[in-house]
Design a protein around this ligand. Structure first.
Ligand code: UDX
Ligand code: ADP
Length: 460
């Protein structure tokens, strides 16, 4: 087994940052350097003010405080960090392709390829290269080919070590993972990585597989999790028409130990950087092998999710007497889930876009997302000009400003603080009748109705 003294992680994002911080914390004898081409992001990671870290995750700032500039470093000097390390994690973004073949479906691997080429060019000693980003099955083959055919003809071992952390609970998930998965061809390389995890993860929770099983397991895990949400969301629509209550149905089925209770919360639709991207990727791979039934099966999870987002805004518009033109709608929450400032694929973006197309004005409050981010999310859709987005969407730093004179409040993210608000004051400040559309089922129907609201939840 190779003794690892220096680790380099390429990509200082939502995965690379927290993962490496936890590895550094638990392996004080290893120097971990996280590098990124984005100099602003690296500067934010190095900011003395820990509230300025580029990503928000409960517990992350404490670990950064404990390890930064001791055995955890953030740098833009990518080549130096690669050359000095025995193990390199690739943790760069793999978004869905927005051009060319596979547009809108396949993963864009240009960042991964660039990473592999940089490693091949720079490395002068043998390296273990670890895929941390979620990648299509058989990506390791392409990486291997680049590493072995360019550069200095040194030895590379490729491992797949997908990360299963969920945002908002990243530190908890990393410190106490259900399992760690390592796929590879070289037993020595696998054991070198396993040893790093063994400093805090019980040995029997570290699974070894071949490369392709590891790559495919990550896509499959995300597809299964997303499928559960689309399944319960499908049932939520039926609940709204039959008098059944989706929360009661979830509880009833979740107590069956074969089904289990997690990931059965009906919502306005799942978001995040992984579920949609990974399923589209799975669908694309299945189609490329001409497995059309397999592809159609998984694609339905995405179709259902899009339907759920659209259904939510349709219902809001219909309830407001079929028009929201000129009406103020308050959105509480913009992040794709609570306890994160990440907004990738957040339902709030699509619901807002729909409301704007019906000429509503939208006022948004989120405890952790900046107004610049909200505006750039809308601009990215390219459905109207930046000025129009700016004029139609007001982003406020106080929830009570968001709801003032609004015709309806839509809850988009399940932030805990929303439950604690003084809903009587909110009611008084709104236009009447005052509507709540609870996209996360976090408020109590009877309490809201007692105040005077007309309350609509998902699946009730
Ligand atoms: C997910 C996987 O959980 C994680 O293992 C993987 O590494 C990355 O993708 P993440 O996207 O960070 O993690 O968050 P997750 O908690 O899975 O939530 C994803 C979306 O589903 C959120 O929008 C969330 O609000 C929604 N969701 C989740 C529901 O609507 N209902 C649920 O019951 C659970
Ligand atoms: P994830 O959620 O997978 O961590 P992010 O987008 O948050 O994704 O982070 C990926 C990071 O990888 C970004 O900060 C981006 O600047 C960085 N990155 C992408 N390509 C490269 C590269 N070739 N070299 C260094 N960093 C890169």
């Amino acid at each position: 087994m190779k003794q690892i003294k220096n680790i380099c992680c390429i990509g200082a994002g939502y995965v690379g940052g927290p993962t490496m911080a936890v590895i550094a914390k638990n392996n004080p004898h290893i120097t971990v350097t996280i590098v990124d081409i984005n100099a602003d992001r690296i500067a934010a990671w190095n900011d003395k003010d820990l509230t300025k870290l580029p990503i928000y995750e409960p517990g992350l700032a404490d670990i950064v405080k404990e390890t930064r500039n001791k055995n955890l470093f953030f740098s833009t000097d990518i080549n130096k960090a690669i050359d000095q390390s025995e193990m390199i994690f690739m943790s760069v973004n793999t978004p869905t392709k927005t051009y060319g073949k596979g547009k809108g479906m396949a993963a864009d691997l240009k960042y991964i390829e660039l990473c592999a080429r940089t490693i091949a060019d720079v490395a002068t000693t043998d390296k273990i290269v670890v895929e941390k980003s979620t990648l299509p099955v058989r990506t390791a083959e392409a990486i291997k080919s680049i590493l072995h055919n360019t550069g200095n003809h040194i030895n590379f071992h490729i491992l797949s070590n997908p990360e299963f952390l969920a945002e908002g609970t990243a530190i908890k998930d990393l410190l106490n993972p259900d399992r760690v998965l390592i796929g590879g061809e070289s037993e020595e390389a696998i054991e070198s990585l396993a040893k790093i995890y063994e400093s805090w993860v019980p040995k029997n929770q570290i699974i070894r597989t071949n490369l392709w099983s590891s790559e495919l397991s990550k896509l499959t895990a995300n597809a299964f999790l997303a499928q559960r949400i689309s399944s319960i969301n499908a049932i939520s629509e039926l609940c709204e028409l039959t008098g059944a209550n989706v929360n009661e149905v979830s509880k009833a089925i979740g107590m069956d130990s074969r089904i289990g209770s997690k990931f059965l919360k009906a919502s306005v639709g799942f978001g995040g950087s992984c579920f949609q991207k990974d399923i589209l990727n799975l669908v694309y791979i299945a189609r490329s092998y001409h497995l059309n039934e397999v592809a159609d099966y998984w694609e339905q999870v995405i179709i259902m999710n899009d339907h759920q987002k659209r259904r939510f805004s349709d219902r809001l518009i219909k309830t407001l007497y079929n028009t929201v033109s000129g009406k103020k709608i308050a959105l509480l929450g913009w992040a794709f889930k609570k306890d994160t400032n990440d907004t990738r694929e957040s339902a709030a973006i699509y619901v807002t876009d729909h409301l704007l197309s019906e000429q509503a004005t939208v006022s948004v409050y989120d405890p952790k997302v900046s107004s610049e981010k909200m505006q750039s999310d809308l601009n990215y859709l390219n459905t109207r000009t930046e000025d129009e987005n700016f004029n139609l969407v007001q982003t406020v730093s106080n929830p009570y400003d968001a709801v003032k004179n609004a015709h309806a409040v839509a809850i988009m993210t399940e932030w805990d603080e929303f439950i604690t608000y003084d809903w009587e004051i909110i009611y008084k400040s709104m236009k009447k009748p005052a509507f709540i559309f609870d996209g996360r089922n976090i408020l109590e129907k009877s309490k809201m109705e007692a105040i005077g609201f007309e309350y609509h939840a998902i699946g009730q």
